[in-house]
Ligand binder design. Structure first.
Ligand code: UDP
Ligand code: MG
Length: 314
């Protein structure tokens, strides 16, 4: 007998070329959640995989009606796929999980226990990052430093998308209409009483990460421009500083000319000033362009994702 009063846990997972992880994920999840005092569903979003992921998901769904599968019309990217999965989740609590089993489903009952204590958000904080190179670690560290300095929200270090959210928190998240979705920041922005549980992050089980250095760089830019307007201000401050320095320099030149005359023409100093200011202006324009591009995308009001077909029946 299923206890109908037991809370429904929605585990939501985006899948992009993860054929070899589909069944192990399901098996581990079932082992972790069956027997705990809760009901669960597995909401799978196939994000335009080009391998057998969808087939594997559909056959899993045929075996177990608690698995629900939604296929996006193409690859929309992880953030969009996660948004789709969150929108489809019906649970009292929702737990986003990576398909590669880097996040252990075994700690979900512990997270649910924290939720029962009254917390709306339970972050899963990784103690270790195995299987990630020095470059990834260093860039992650730098990224958190920079974005927390520049924005008004405080994104916790070493917290991925793996966390538990109450229905209220998820509904709040759904109110955020932006098309460019930086989920790490959005999770924090909604607020709510938050606590943490700790775990050791494992290596990717199979397949390879879809991230490369350029992708990470763009992800970082996305985060900073979504949650901070400091870069826009940098240009104005920089302008003020340059203007000040050039006033001082002009005074110095004036005084020197008056006292000693002007023995050499000022060609080098002019070139330096012109090139320097030209570069600075191009940089500032680039920053402004970055934001205008985002405004343009938001104004188009396109949907974040498109679901091609769903398999949810029993
Ligand atoms: N993912 C996705 N769409 C993409 C890229 C990734 O849905 O375009 C999924 C992927 O299947 C996995 C999760 O996002 O479930 C995290 O991806 P990955 O393991 O490559 O990222 P990392 O763990 O290195 O941050
Ligand atoms: Mg991963």
């Amino acid at each position: 007998m299923i206890d109908l009063i037991a809370p429904l846990v929605s585990v939501v997972v985006p899948f992009h070329n993860e054929t070899d992880n589909v069944r192990p994920l399901y098996v581990r999840l079932r082992a972790a959640l069956d027997g705990a005092d809760l009901r669960w569903e597995l909401v799978c979003v196939n994000d335009g995989s080009r391998d057998g992921t969808l087939t594997a998901l559909i056959s899993l769904q045929a075996e177990d009606a608690r698995v629900r599968v939604h296929d996006l019309s193409r690859n929309f990217g992880k953030e969009a796929a996660l948004t789709a999965a969150l929108d489809q989740a019906m649970g009292d609590v929702v737990v986003p999980l990576d398909a590669d089993l880097q996040d252990p489903p075994e700690i979900i009952p512990e997270m649910v226990a924290k939720w029962r204590e009254g917390f709306d958000v339970v972050n899963a904080v990784r103690r270790t990052r195995r299987g990630e190179g020095r470059f990834k670690r260093a860039s992650a560290f730098l990224f958190y430093r920079v974005i927390n300095r520049l924005s008004s929200i405080e994104i916790p270090h070493d917290t991925g998308d793996f966390r538990l959210m109450s229905r209220t928190a998820v509904d709040a998240l759904k109110l955020m209409p932006e098309r460019r979705r930086f989920m790490k920041g959005m999770f924090v922005w909604v607020g709510f009483p938050t606590t943490s549980v700790f775990y050791h992050r494992a290596e990717r089980r199979a397949g390879s990460t879809s991230w490369n250095a350029w992708g990470l760089w763009n992800f970082a830019l996305e985060g900073i421009t979504s949650f901070s307007q400091v870069p826009l201000r940098v240009a104005s401050y920089f302008g003020i500083v340059v203007a000040l320095i050039s006033t001082i320099y002009a005074t110095f030149l004036l005084v020197r000319t008056l006292l000693f005359g002007n023995p050499v023409s000022g060609y080098p100093s002019i070139m330096v000033a012109v090139l320097f200011l030209g570069g600075a202006q191009l940089m500032a324009l680039g920053v402004i362009g970055e934001y205008i591009g985002r405004i343009y995308e938001e104004t188009k009001q396109r949907p974040v994702y498109i679901i091609r077909r769903s398999w949810t029946g029993s």
